[in-house]
Design a protein around this ligand. Structure first.
Ligand SMILES: C[S@@+](CC[C@H](N)C(=O)[O-])C[C@H]1O[C@@H](n2cnc3c(N)ncnc32)[C@H](O)[C@@H]1O
Length: 258
């Protein structure tokens, strides 16, 4: 893949600057570890020997996981230089062979068409317009092999639990003052270290995601709900997870070109 010299979607890069270490920490929150990571692992399936792209890789949490799960070639792409700096520090300290590329995925990053899998975790919901959403999906589509290539994306569930405190037991809140396509949805979380995440994503309906995927050249899309790992159930009990599972904050969108 060539390395474009873009600086990222205006606003998006700034929002994530200096968050690399906090993102590393957030990956250990129970809802990320036992719901999201577990569900992503199941959704991607056997990645042994695959060429995998982590689109919007941030600090490289999933880039490293893809390598650990057996992918032969892993590339992380992100528009935040600061997030990538954290990813590269971790790669130097504990090398897994990951390559990191600084680029804005709303514009074409690659048309290699060689990746078997594109994983994109909490990135599509940061698109600020339908054009940006289609742009990111088009980058994913062009990166993938035309036959057999697969996108697995975790994004904000359009039917997430309303009410700012709904997800407080899981360590974060979501605030959405307006109900409309593209409406800002703000996530606030205080991590065990005292560090704070304050990020604004955007609400898109399932229809909008599916239309954008078709415009990007994907023929099929499907949605999957997150499930809790056996360890998560054992550690925290079914009662702890029940409110989350009634209205999960995230869903998995899968898309294939054929
Ligand atoms: C919420 S973080 C998730 C990071 C990582 N996927 C994870 O789950 O740990 C979203 C990441 O997507 C990146 N991002 C958002 N829009 C992007 C775009 N248009 N192009 C490239 N990266 C983007 C941000 O810079 C940020 O690092």
């Amino acid at each position: 893949m060539r390395e474009p010299s873009t600086t990222g979607a205006a606003g998006t890069t700034d929002a994530f600057d200096a968050l690399g270490d906090l993102y590393e920490e957030s990956a250990r929150l129970p809802f990320r570890e036992h719901l999201e990571h577990h569900s992503v692992r199941k959704a991607v399936g056997d990645v042994t020997g695959l060429d995998a792209l982590d689109l919007g890789c941030g600090s490289g949490v999933y880039t490293r996981r893809l390598a650990a799960w057996g992918a032969a070639r892993v590339t992380g792409v992100d528009c935040s230089a600061s997030m990538l700096a954290t990813a590269r520090v971790v790669e130097r300290a504990r090398p897994v062979g990951a390559r990191y590329v600084h680029a804005d995925a709303t514009r074409p990053v690659t048309d290699d068409g060689t990746a078997d899998l594109v994983l994109s975790v909490y990135v599509l919901c940061y698109a600020r317009s339908q054009q940006e959403l289609t742009g990111v999906l088009t980058t994913a589509r062009r990166a993938l092999r035309p036959t057999g290539g697969r996108l697995v994306a975790v994004t904000l569930n359009p039917d997430y639990g309303r009410g700012t405190a709904y997800y407080a037991p899981y360590g974060f809140t979501l605030t959405q003052p307006e109900e409309r396509e593209g409406a800002p949805v703000t996530l606030d979380a205080t991590l065990p270290s005292g560090g704070r995440l304050h990020l604004t994503a955007h609400w898109w309906s399932k229809d909008t995601y599916e239309r954008a995927a078709r415009a990007a050249g994907f023929a099929r899309t499907s949605w999957t709900r997150l499930t809790v790992s056996p360890q998560g159930r054992e550690l925290l009990g079914d009662a702890y997870w029940s409110a989350y599972l009634r209205a999960p904050q995230a869903l998995i969108l899968e898309a294939t070109a054929s």
